[in-house]
Design a protein around this ligand. Structure first.
Ligand code: A3P
Length: 284
């Protein structure tokens, strides 16, 4: 089914470190000065990467216009990403979709700053349905109904969203752990970016912040070939039928769920997330 099952979690084989490297990879060393972006796929991971890159470059778009996004903040679980990261000197931007139990253990003894990005799982589900339908590297769903079931069962890339949240929320309250939501980023990008800057101990001048906001906007990212996943052309995405930069809004699930699906999802959400504080879910 094009998945590589790793400790019970289905991962897109193309994303994941091969068997040969596994032991070395498990000893990957996170450094205190690193910043790690953690998100379940389709939560807005790449948007947050773009913002962090622009914080680093003080709003200057040169970097985001000249280097592909997956090289600027590589996925530690991907072979190409790991290979870039392992030899890189100085502070690194690192991305991961992994559930907490699979991340290399050195993370927990480092002061690496972590940003966990949450999004309404209904929107993640819809975004994932369209994205995996055009991707050439995972099992394609036949219909929204089918994908809905897969998502609930955790039979989608990186497993169960519900488990992903539960796992990473064990870090909540730690000084080096910031939780953000796609919804707050969308609603008030400026103050959310200021919150990120504060967490990272960075300060942007007003014109630098303005440039950041412009260059990380949906429209500009959609046009930036270093960020819109049009580069590995035809290899990973079937772009005749959609694009990575799809809609970029909150609440699109309302256009795709049936009333019965909405009701069923509410019920499952209440059951599975009863123990997680409501304040983490600004859409509920
Ligand atoms: P949609 O499919 O709902 O449009 P990820 O990076 O984790 O794969 O998440 C992809 C989702 O983030 C997609 O959602 C994509 O459109 C959205 N996204 C990417 N860049 C964005 C931006 N600058 N502003 C808002 N949404 C963005």
């Amino acid at each position: 089914d094009k998945y590589l099952w790793f400790k019970g979690i289905p991962l897109p084989a193309v994303d994941f470190i091969p068997e040969l490297l596994r032991e070395e990879w498990e000893n990957f060393v996170f450094k205190d000065e690193d910043v790690l972006i953690v998100a379940f796929p389709k939560s807005g991971t790449n948007w947050l990467i773009e913002i962090l890159c622009l914080i680093r470059s003080k709003g200057d778009p040169k970097w985001i216009q000249s280097v592909p996004i997956w090289e600027r903040s590589p996925w530690v679980e991907a072979e190409y990403g790991y290979n870039i990261l392992k030899d890189k000197e100085g502070p690194r931007l690192i991305t991961t979709h992994l559930p907490i139990q699979l991340i290399p253990k050195s993370l927990f003894s480092s002061k690496t700053k972590l940003i966990y990005l949450i999004r309404n799982p209904r929107d993640i589900l819809v975004s994932g349905y369209f994205f995996w339908s055009i991707s050439k590297f995972v099992k394609k769903p036949e219909s929204m109904e089918e994908y809905f079931e897969w998502f609930i069962q955790g039979n989608v890339p990186y497993g169960s969203w519900f488990d992903h949240i539960h796992g990473w929320m064990s870090m909540k309250g730690k000084e080096n752990f910031l939780i953000l939501s796609y919804e707050e980023l969308k609603r008030d990008t400026r103050s959310t970016v200021e919150k990120i800057c504060q967490f990272l101990g960075k300060k942007l001048e007003p014109e630098e912040l303005n440039s950041l906001l412009k260059n990380s906007s949906f429209q500009v990212m959609k046009e930036n070939k270093m960020s819109n996943y049009s580069l590995p052309h035809g290899q990973y995405l079937d772009e005749k039928n959609g694009s990575f930069m799809r809609k970029g809004i909150s609440g699109d699930w309302k256009n795709h769920f049936t009333a019965a699906q909405a009701e069923a999802f509410d019920k499952i959400f209440q059951e599975k997330m009863a123990d997680v504080p409501r304040e983490l879910f600004p859409w509920e």
